[in-house]
Design a protein. Structure first.
Lengths: 500, 488
């Protein structure tokens, strides 16, 4: 064990990366089930590593790992501190919980001969997301971002068996995602031009005297726009609803819970570690660009969600609104605000994971997730629908759920910043969430079943168990928020302390 | 049993009952027995706490802190004890009544009905014993959510739209105003604990105090202060047992109970009367009181009329709190008890009439008094108690409230009380008069000839509570004695 421990940071990424080509080998003989089992095992190993890393950075100090023993800032550095260890845990944790759910869902929704390649892409996507999070090198972020994005395009396109619109959704995301990544890499290039370094810690140091440099300003703008696109910041969110709606259930669960969160993390990293709110232009961006966009996103997302008839698309628009909450916390740039963002990265992963998984169960039994077909489903699939409603309550932010914890901090943040009208707007937008959740309640519980003679069964236990694990976590961390708030406070203080 | 375990049990017993009910859904008789047993056990447990509270003991449990200063905390104090006693005691009677009504009407989904009923009762207990505003808010929201399926019970378009208004207004006000007020309070004081002298004194600029008070008062939508009162008439689409226990007792009383709690333990009576921050509330409550009474007169649907009467009576209590005097608080607390027992009688009678005749409009109910003497006798007693005539319970609470108005020298309020009592006479006794003295409309409705009393389980409960109205007249001093420690 002692031999492995120091190498955990690189293993976190290397294991899924190596696992992906190995997974392809299962095509010889068509061992679909083995491929799934293998992916599951890899996910759990990643999860354990992430847990070990988080406990180490929380109890001890930050870890810096030099790839190939080339010391930073010359070589690539993997740097683990509480924030990215936390995000690593979220990504690998969601993957570990979602994969037991995956087998039947994938079986149902994806063509049989593509299963093994599907799991391979999934592993690559996991690699990319973990890599983006763990690396301390700006260009390396871009590389992993592309790995995750390219595999995501593939994953979304596998939804084609259910609906051919998955192809256009994937293509749309491909174009917009590539533009986002290009903007990001241009930004990195500009920063490299003036500083000559790609290491994040080194960049932060060398940018200090350059706060009036036009190139730095341009680089910053490119990075914010690029990441804004990747994290679906309103009005750059247009790729998201279709991508989530037409992707296979498992992919939606995984992407909704992790991929936008990773982009939020990268943006946080650049805003607060590389630049920092003490730079005039960062402050201006926060207050006059991110803040209004975040508020518009909260409302535009929720209002659009109310009018959706497809449950997946409904929650996809709700994600746009939720990302607005996260960006609002960033824009406030005070301790409770940032805590709210970090908490919500975790909390939103739990709730959207649960919600999309519940929809996955509905999809498995019904073959469709339009609201019209879910009439009276509360009776034939009681556990699934109960989970959906409980997840919805968490999304609204009912006390006792994780949603409440994030909203509480967000409102404290706005009040501390003196923006009390925004506090009222946050509350008002939560009420919009009540409306779209209640649309589902009414359909599922107050309508009569359309198809009386065909009796529907509850989803199989292997899908319900992971779903309910997430639902219970929604409540557990809503009642016992010590751990999450502690991490969030820790991180928020480092960000604001280090930046100014 | 230790006091702590009694407290926990009182929240858990209804839930355990609910689990039992869901397991017994195939055997209706056992299921109903389960409801009855859990209501009796609950009342026994709650009332066993009463002597200990009267002797001055306090009970406090703190579960974990969710966020710093925000703990799940329970604390028994006299007002909460009173609310718990009323809700648990009337649950027994209402359970009997539910059985009679639901069976008499052959309602569907009865298991669901009984299960959500238990959750609502459990959350009422949580509200009664909440030790801080945060805990209270959690149970307040659970109460709203758990009563939604009861309001939407019939699942027809009318029930659905009624339930939508119900949920929209209650959640909307509680999240939109109350939660903001709670967060504001937390931000300036760092605590949300219910403390005898209030927590705001010296922490907040008195000029913004009326705004904070307004956020609380309108945020507590369950107190039905106009203009956020529409949910209560909308909730009348629910089966009558729900209207009786929840929308005359548990839910609305949870609202005014919260109002009293906020005024006493968050603001502090002294602080309010020093700053005069509640003066506007006196007029807002007076307006609701009179306006709702006048609307009640115009309603021909019996349950709608009773609903507006409830809105008006709730404002009596809000007004008592707004006067910010100790006698007003006593009167408000007492009115929670007296109005509860009076109004539940009226609702149960309305349900009994519906089960027996399927009539909902007052103008159709002519001459029914002679066919249904017990029901109408109970209705008369309930009405007289609500009006506030001796020897019925309502006398005392109105007495104390009027005393409070005199004490604070807001003479106009006495006029408001008197005027509204006259309006009560008009809209309640006219129903009684039609029942007893108007000739039956046999021509228009041939079925009238065969009308007789509703089943025993529908008629007995209102008679019991009517007797309660009289008993409470003689024992009102006990209630005052229980409440007195709050204001000293």
């Amino acid at each position: 064990m002692n031999f492995i421990m120091p190498h955990l940071p690189v293993l976190q990424v290397a294991i899924p990366l190596i696992a992906a080509p190995i997974c392809v080998l299962f095509t010889f003989g068509g061992h679909r089930k083995l491929a799934w089992l293998f992916t599951l095992a890899v996910s759990w190993v990643c999860f354990l590593i992430a847990g070990a890393l988080l406990s180490r950075v929380l109890l001890d100090t930050d870890i810096s790992y030099a790839i190939g023993n080339w010391p930073p800032p010359f070589g690539i550095e993997y740097r683990v501190d509480p924030i990215n260890a936390f995000v690593l845990l979220i990504i690998s944790g969601i993957s570990a919980i979602a994969l037991p759910f995956a087998r039947l869902s994938v079986e149902k929704e994806i063509e049989t001969d593509r299963h093994i390649l599907f799991y391979t892409s999934y592993l690559l996507c996991l690699t990319g997301l973990l890599g983006v999070t763990i690396t301390g090198d700006a260009f390396n972020i871009f590389v992993f971002l592309e790995i995750s994005s390219l595999s995501t395009y593939v994953l979304i396109a596998t939804g084609v068996r259910q609906d051919r619109r998955a192809l256009t959704a994937a293509y749309n995301y491909l174009i917009l995602g590539t533009i986002g990544a290009t903007f990001f890499v241009i930004g990195i290039g500009l920063l490299y031009m003036v500083t000559g370094t790609l290491n994040i810690a080194d960049l932060a140091e060398r940018l200090q005297p350059l706060s009036d440099n036009r190139v730095v300003h341009a680089g910053f703008a490119f990075i914010v726009i690029g990441m804004g696109l990747k994290l679906a910041l309103f009005p750059m969110h247009v790729w998201l609803p279709n991508a989530y709606t037409y992707a296979p259930s498992l992919v939606t669960v995984f992407l909704a819970a992790t991929s936008t969160k990773v982009s939020v993390y990268v943006l946080l990293r650049f805003l607060f570690t590389v630049f920092g709110p003490s730079y005039g232009f960062v402050n201006l961006t926060l207050e006059f660009v991110l803040l209004p966009l975040a508020i518009v996103a909260m409302f535009a997302g929720s209002i659009t969600a109310i009018f959706q008839t497809n449950a997946k698309r409904l929650f996809a628009y709700s994600s746009v609104a939720q990302l607005g909450y996260m960006m609002l916390g960033v824009a406030l740039s005070n301790i409770p605000g940032l805590m709210a963002t970090i908490l919500h990265i975790f909390n939103h992963a739990l709730m959207k994971g649960a919600l999309f998984m519940a929809l996955g169960c509905v999809m498995y039994r019904l073959g469709t997730i339009s609201l019209g077909s879910m009439k009276g489903l509360g009776r034939s699939m009681p556990w699934t629908m109960a989970a959906l409603i409980l997840g919805g309550l968490s999304l609204i932010g009912v006390p006792g759920t994780v949603g409440f914890i994030s909203k509480w901090h967000l409102i404290l943040g706005t009040l501390e910043a003196g923006f009390w009208p925004i506090a009222i707007l946050i509350v008002a937008s939560s009420l919009l969430a009540v409306i779209y959740i209640w649309k589902i309640v009414e359909v599922a519980y107050l309508e009569n079943e359309i198809n009386q003679e065909k009796t529907l069964n509850e989803a199989p236990i292997s899908m319900l168990a992971p779903l309910w694990v997430l639902v219970i976590l929604n409540f557990y961390f809503g009642i016992d928020a010590d751990l999450t708030t502690w991490v969030a406070r820790n991180v928020a203080e480092t960000f604001l302390g280090g930046g100014s | 049993m230790s006091n702590q375990s009694i407290l926990i049990l009182s929240i858990l017993i209804p839930l355990i009952g609910g689990i039992g009910i869901s397991l017994l859904h195939r055997a209706p008789n056992l299921r109903e027995a389960c409801t009855l047993i859990s209501s009796i056990v609950l009342a026994f447990v709650v009332y066993s706490l009463l002597p200990r509270i009267l002797s001055g003991e306090t009970v406090n449990i703190t579960f974990r802190e969710i966020l710093p200063g925000l703990a799940l905390e329970f604390n028994v104090e006299p007002l909460g004890m009173l609310f718990a006693c009323i809700a648990s005691g009337l649950w027994i009677i209402n359970s009997l009544y539910s059985i009679g009504y639901m069976r008499g009407n052959q309602e569907k989904n009865q298991t669901r009905f009984y299960i959500y009923f238990t959750i609502a009762i459990s959350s009422s207990m949580g509200i009664a014993f909440a030790g801080n505003m945060f805990t209270l808010f959690i149970f307040y929201e659970i109460l709203t959510l758990s009563t939604y399926p009861l309001v939407a019970h019939k699942q027809n378009p009318e029930a659905k739209s009624g339930a939508r208004i119900y949920l929209g207004l209650l959640i909307g006000t509680s999240v939109g105003f109350q939660l903001v007020a709670i967060i504001w309070t937390y931000l300036v004081t760092g605590t949300l604990d219910f403390t005898p002298a209030g927590i705001l004194k010296g922490k907040i600029d008195p000029t913004v105090l009326p705004i904070l008070l307004a956020l609380y008062m309108f945020g507590i939508g369950k107190a039905a202060l106009m203009p956020f009162h529409r949910w209560l008439p909308s909730a009348m689409v629910a089966p009558t047992p729900v209207s009786a226990l929840l929308h005359a007792v548990a839910v609305v009383k949870a609202g005014v109970f919260t109002v009293l709690k906020v005024v006493i333990y968050i603001f502090g009576i002294e602080f309010l009367s020093e700053t005069g921050a509640s003066t506007w509330l006196i007029w807002a409550a007076s307006f609701t009181l009179l306006a709702a009474s006048i609307v009640a007169i115009t309603k021909d649907n019996l349950k709608a009329r009773l609903a507006y009467s409830t809105i008006s009576q709730l404002s009596y209590i809000v007004l008592g709190a707004a006067l910010a005097s100790s006698i007003g608080i006593l009167g408000g607390g007492l009115h929670i008890a007296t109005h509860a027992i009076g109004k539940i009688t009226l609702f149960m009678c309305a349900g009994a009439i519906y089960v027996a005749t399927h009539k909902t409009e007052i103008s159709d109910m002519t001459g029914l008094g002679r066919k249904m003497p017990f029901t109408y006798a109970a209705f008369t007693i309930g009405s007289l108690s609500i009006i506030g005539l001796p020897p019925f319970a309502g006398t005392w609470s109105k007495w104390y409230l009027a005393l409070a108005a005199a004490d604070t020298q807001t003479w106009l309020v006495i006029g408001v009380y008197m005027l509204s009592s006259l309006l009560n006479v008009w809209y309640l006794l006219s129903i009684v008069a039609k029942g007893f003295f108007a000739p039956p409309s046999e021509k228009s409705d041939p079925s009238t000839g065969t009308i007789k009393e509703a089943p025993l389980l529908c008629v007995l409960p209102p008679c019991l509570t009517a007797v309660g109205c009289i008993a409470l007249f003689f024992f009102a001093d006990r209630v005052v004695e229980l409440l007195r420690p709050i204001v000293n």
